[in-house]
Design a binder for this molecule. Sequence first.
Ligand code: UDP
Length: 411
Amino acid sequence: MTSETNVLRKIYLDDYSPILGEAEVDELRALAHPLHGHTVQMVNSTALGGGVAEILTRLVPILQELGLSVRWDIITGGNEFFAITKAFHNALHGGPYPLPPESFDAFLATNEQNLTRLRMDCEFTVIHDPQPVALIKGRENNSGHWVWRCHIDLSRPNLTVWEFLKPWVSKYDGAIFSSPEFTKSLSIPEYLFFPCIDPLSEKNRELEPEEMRAVLERYRINPRRNILTQISRFDRLKDPVGVVRAYRIVKRYFDCQLVLAGGKADDDPEGETVLQEVIEAAQNDPDIHILNLPPWSPTEINALQQASTLVIQKSLREGFGLTVAEALWKKKPVVASAVGGIPLQVIHKHTGLLAHSVEGAAYQIRFLLSNPALAAKLGQQGHEHVREHFLITSNARRYLTLFLLFLRAGK
Ligand code: UDP
């Protein structure tokens, strides 16, 4: 099968039965029954790149198959808008906010422009992350049910940005967070939804050995030597340079190759600069493979994860880190930073190992490379942990339950 036919392969709800059991799939259908024909709108800022797009790509068709009428809209904006929203993102993760107060007006102006373009007339509207948060202004006569889905770790936000956003968030009927620790004190109800992966998607399905081999050959990666991999957008908060430093320490003790694979998201203007920083840090080491992947590369990412001896996620801040769930699902031993939503997935010494520094990450990588039996056990336990908590079907169930709750409660 070529990767193109795989991409086009349609996935049906019944295909999940062997993974989840038939009863769970039937339960989803039963839950969705009262919602047949009800309209839902999902809005975010990019169709490709990053975890939100990854989730919506699979969540939307599943909800549609369950009988809901779902539309997915993407807001548009110029370079200035995405520079502002990237600065929001960094500041909400605790960094400084370097832009002047007028940037807030420019942000609101772009949201207004999108309101003239988008129809906001569904019964349930889910706005993802801060970029489109002010679209709530377009809600007419307090109609419909509006919820803000925050995928960011808001536990220590820069107050300049959070105090600007909070009044907008407070206009919603509810806010969804990825971890209890990310919640804020708000006047509206708050819900906990774990992010999720689709086990049947092109990115996570089990590949044939020759499919994997083809990808490794294309990037000149040797499958007979240790492969350490981090998959991430080129973003400083993912600390790719820190990964290179950890690799250099490990390399003193073990033969290994490092794969840093990522791409750039449409809504992230810093990608190119960070990519250059990583290339510089690698200093032409032939065993460091820096792969700037095209935005749609699920087969390549899947193959790189499946071929890895060990997967790293050395983020400095992280909303959730879908790449961790993807690696665990593939039964890979994972060494990751204890930040954001990662500890929900990597339970130290049970489903992977946590680290707090470059040296700590290098230590844990060395430990796992010298204990392959333990590494395999952590990977197996990680797979079960993902099956239980972080699959797309659980996420769909959460949305259905929330919509039913709204429906029953009326306005
Ligand atoms: N991803 C991708 N191409 C890339 C880098 C990442 O498709 O070049 C995917 C990755 O496999 C994962 C998602 O994008 O599914 C990233 O989600 P995560 O929560 O790890 O990080 P985010 O980018 O949202 O901060």
